[in-house]
Ligand binder design. Sequence first.
Ligand code: NAP
Length: 303
Amino acid sequence: MIYDVIIIGGGPAGLSAAIYASRARLKTLLIEKSGCGGQMAVTDFLENYPGFNGGINGFELAVKLEAQAKDFGAAITYDEVTGLNFAGQTKEVIAVNNKYETKTVIIAAGADVKKLGISGEDGFIGRGISFCATCDAPFFKEKDVLVVGGGDSALQESVYLAKFAKNVTLVHRRKEFRAAKILQERLLSQPNISVIYDSIPEEIIGKDSVESVKLKNVENKQTQIVKVHGVFVFIGGVPNTAFAQGLSLDAAGYIITDENMKTSAEGVFACGDIRKKQLRQVVTAASDGAQAAISAQHYIENH
Ligand code: NAP
């Protein structure tokens, strides 16, 4: 079986590409590592996706997108892509369970959570350290938690955590947040959220689970110990490009594309959070996915 297009990743970018590719009647396979939806699927509430006045749960939108892609004829399989081979006439997508052949590839594998890389972090994952508030917030009912980060994720998830936790302490390494102003307003109006600016965690401390965090003020270098039961880390992502060696990447590892989602390799396109761009949102992921599919269609028509 030679596919017209193989899409790697089932987040909003990949699923949107699958909708557009299958509507263009391309033989389309989407390969997803775990479950469709990507980071969107673990977002409790999306309030800025157009058309959903009042917001929508991220998992619910993922289920709808997946069903829409399948309805138009896209096939979805669960496998982990480990490499790409562009040497032959057709392209090879190498995964753990299978090898797949295709005329074009759309990479929509998104980004994984970035870790702090400090002492105690790895040892307490699942025992107080979390990267997903939607998944773990209920474990911290009436407890004290610390959130790290100053972007949209950290502020949005702090407000969500404040519904469960007794107190939320947000630690940010600067004085200004990079998060949207509306999220800043919401955060600062929550009575059980406090902010520690200009500080970074240096060590996670505990015996069987997290008991406290050592923070360092980056301005005056003073340290303090904050007692908490849990730490939620939202400090951005690391693009999932390990299998995509050979493509042009920027210094942070994001795939460089043109405005039509073309990468440095012929017939290979990238869309969503994995590509170098300014605005990483569900709406821009969906837009990228649509464009990548149409670019793949044009490539097939011209080769
Ligand atoms: P982000 O926008 O990259 O922000 C990461 C934050 O973590 C920044 O404030 C950064 O500080 C801080 N940081 C990075 N490395 C750190 C370290 N080693 N130690 C301490 N702090 C560190 O990441 P994000 O908030 O996860 O968002 C990712 C993308 O998804 C963004 O494009 C965002 O807009 C989007 N998103 C949107 C929504 C929404 O629209 N509601 C919700 C979630 C995510 P500096 O500011 O000093 O760099």
